[in-house]
Design a binder for this molecule. Structure first.
Ligand code: TTP
Ligand code: CA
Length: 423
């Protein structure tokens, strides 16, 4: 059976408990180890790991990242998790469980930087990197063996060790024949994990898991499946695919395939985020500009928050409208400078909207920015528009309050109505 050491990458014997080369117990053995090439890589306790890296005094302490006493937990390090602290838990509850925890306010720009650094290292292994979020991605390493002179499994183990050594945080790797199984695998052995799910054992492994392990099956869907007699993935695998299709349509066929461990979705490279946007579909169509503008403002705030989280400014603002008869209109405007500010995105969007609001009833409105650049280049002090730094400071204050008290805590004082909104 193929086997190697995750620390020194040397081949390992069939049975020895430790690497004869470096003494490490972290040996990887699996019959399909040299054949599998789809991976899911996920950073461990991401925000907390970055903060521990930057403050060694936190290394052996329980660490919680999040807002103040009235905020929520963004993440907790693995020490804090042993006390029951979890993401999205109210901070007061987390501190009741773990009173000794060090609480650190999130530094999104820093996490975005570290995320990009890890991403760049992934892209050095294969161009086929599909990011799922700031700290995780799928990698397709098919056909890279000649380039690297070793199997994808060893390349990934080397990558994990290098990230630890050179970036200073740890990752967990899942290796499998497809994305579905790779994503499940990366979660099995966290932190510093490396798990393999091969084709041969996939179905047996999945059979005993609850259906909620399937991506996209939330609590409500799981309850519905349970009511139909499908509680475990094995129940779905045992069912006839045509019966599942009859019950759940195309989703039924997808479930049937996944339940058998089959997933043929490709890993799609996303070299760089090209745009950041937000949109909403109305319950009832809207024609009135005075009703559309407040929606546009909220969407602009959302886009600005995402830009700040990702560490970008955007140069071109695009307004998207879908009319009641499903015709799509997009209108764009390039700004003098890239921006990260909600009010600048909104101002451009509102001007574009003014020309489109001609009595047409709209079912969807969206706004986005493209031509992204580093946030450091966004919103320079400007002789013509001196409001830049002042509103930037105001938005930063609002962001801080929201991080502390939750997204709904602060409403910016824009007054809507006929004519120009006042700030
Ligand atoms: P996750 O990958 O879900 O979690 P994690 O990296 O902290 O821990 P794990 O080892 O289990 O992967 O999320 C990545 C980051 O996203 C996380 O460090 C903080 C942030 N986050 C939130 O801000 N709120 C949330 O509710 C979650 C789940 C994550
Ligand atoms: Ca993670």
């Amino acid at each position: 059976m193929p086997a190697f050491c995750r620390d020194c990458l040397a081949p390992a014997p069939e049975t020895a408990p430790r690497c004869p080369h470096c003494g490490s117990p972290r040996l990887l053995r699996h019959p399909e180890l040299d054949a599998l090439a789809i991976a899911h890589v996920d950073c461990d306790a991401f925000y907390a790991s970055v903060e521990k890296r930057d403050n060694p005094a936190l290394a052996d302490r329980p660490v919680i990242i999040g807002g103040g006493r009235r905020g929520v937990v963004a993440t907790a390090c693995y020490i804090a998790r042993t006390y029951g602290v979890k993401s999205a838990m109210p901070m007061f509850k987390a501190l009741k469980l773990c009173p000794d925890a060090a609480v650190v306010r999130p530094d999104m720009a820093k996490y975005a930087r570290v995320g990009r650094e890890v991403r760049a290292r992934m892209l050095a292994l294969t161009p086929l990197v599909e990011p799922l979020s700031i700290d995780e991605a799928f990698l397709d390493l098919h056909g890279t063996e000649t380039l690297h002179g070793m199997s994808p499994a060893r390349v990934l183990a080397g990558f994990a060790a290098a990230v630890e050594r050179e970036v200073g945080i740890t990752v967990s790797v899942g290796l499998a024949p497809n994305k579905f199984l790779a994503k499940i695998a990366s979660d099995l052995d966290k932190p510093r994990g490396f798990s393999v799910i091969g084709s041969a054992e996939a179905q047996r492994f999945l059979a005993a898991k609850p259906v909620s392990i399937i991506w996209g099956v939330g609590k409500v869907a799981a309850e519905r499946f349970a009511a139909d007699g499908f509680r475990l993935v094995g129940d779905l695998a045992a069912a006839d695919a045509t019966d599942l299709a009859r019950l759940y349509g195309a989703e039924g066929l997808r479930l049937s395939r996944l339940a058998h461990g089959r997933d043929d979705r490709p890993v799609v490279a996303e070299h760089e985020t090209k745009s950041i946007s937000a949109e909403t579909t109305f319950e009832a169509d809207i024609a009135d500009r005075d009703e559309l503008e407040p929606v546009l403002w909220r969407l602009s705030e959302k886009v600005a928050a995402r830009l700040k989280a990702a560490g970008f400014g955007g140069h071109t603002v695009t307004l998207k409208l879908k009319s009641a008869d499903f015709r799509l209109r997009t209108r764009a405007r390039t700004l003098p400078h890239p921006t990260r500010l909600a009010h600048r995105i909104f101002d451009a969007g509102r001007d574009l909207l003014a020309r489109e609001a001609d009595g047409t009833r709209f079912r969807l409105i969206g706004i986005g920015v493209s031509e992204l650049s580093d946030i450091a280049e966004a919103d320079p002090a400007d002789l013509v528009d001196v409001s830049g730094p002042r509103t930037a400071a105001m938005e930063a204050a609002v962001d801080t309050l929201r991080a502390k008290f939750g997204a709904g805590a602060v409403e910016r004082g824009i007054v809507f109505g006929s004519g120009r909104p006042r700030r």
